[in-house]
Design a protein around this ligand. Structure first.
Ligand SMILES: NC(=O)c1ccc[n+]([C@@H]2O[C@H](COP(=O)([O-])OP(=O)(O)OC[C@H]3O[C@@H](n4cnc5c(N)ncnc54)[C@H](OP(=O)(O)O)[C@@H]3O)[C@@H](O)[C@H]2O)c1
Length: 193
């Protein structure tokens, strides 16, 4: 129950795919085309435990506009775009926030706290960094793309003694996949209490 003024804690989870040097993007786009990896991303962020529950997806402005419009609407999701200067809320999005604190406020207080299950942070680096430092952040889903790509945007460094790589994680295939000659593996890092 949410007593007025109190925050209902929501898990904050990051999801990204990184290549050998932790690169995630080049000139506003993904440097690779890996449909199976992208499908895992979609399946993960749209999964909820019960009908009526929603995940709150947090997108930096550039990541938002780089996502193909064909993926929308995303089942069980509310899309929130972060921007300090943009207005109004762009098509397909539900919310626009000027800072990460407002995201937490929105998700953890009525009415959204009654339906939001997970806050999924979808990048880029600035919001990844801020969310990694938040006490409610418990998991990082990081696909390891075992190849070199020329990138100009990188996943932030995080402490691997705090976020520990899980040998197995429920719902996450642990085998190595291959697409277009590129191998990749889904990984989950869990924050140790
Ligand atoms: N490989 C992956 O898994 C993955 C995941 C995500 C993104 N990417 C890639 O990463 C690149 C995008 O990253 P990027 O760093 O260029 O851009 P971005 O983080 O998507 O967007 C940056 C903009 O978002 C807004 N923003 C971000 N954090 C904010 C905050 N805490 N508070 C308020 N506003 C905030 C600001 O918008 P305003 O300028 O409007 O104020 C900022 O200029 C693309 O190449 C994309 O493909 C890759």
């Amino acid at each position: 129950m949410n007593i007025e003024g109190e925050e209902t804690r929501k898990p904050i989870r990051l999801i990204a795919a990184v290549c050998s040097d932790m690169g995630i993007g080049k000139n506003g786009q993904l440097p690779w085309c890996l449909p199976k990896e992208f499908q895992f991303f979609i399946d993960t962020i749209t999964a909820v435990s019960a009908p009526g529950k929603k995940n709150l997806l947090v997108w930096g402005r550039i990541s938002w506009f780089s996502c193909p419009e064909t993926v929308f609407p995303l089942a069980n999701c509310l899309n929130l775009v972060l921007s300090r200067k943009m207005s109004p809320v762009p098509p397909h999005a539900h919310y626009l926030c000027k800072d990460f604190g407002s995201v937490i406020h929105l998700a953890s207080k009525p009415p959204l706290c009654h339906i939001v299950e997970t806050i999924w942070v979808l990048g880029g680096p600035e919001v990844y960094k801020e969310s990694l430092e938040h006490p409610w952040c418990d998991l990082i889903y990081l696909t390891d793309i075992m190849a070199d790509f020329d990138c100009n945007v990188f996943f932030p460094k995080f402490d691997r003694n705090v976020f520990r790589k899980q040998k197995r994680f429920s719902g996450v295939p642990d085998e190595i996949h291959e697409e277009h000659g590129i191998t990749f593996q889904f990984q989950v890092f869990k924050k140790e209490a």
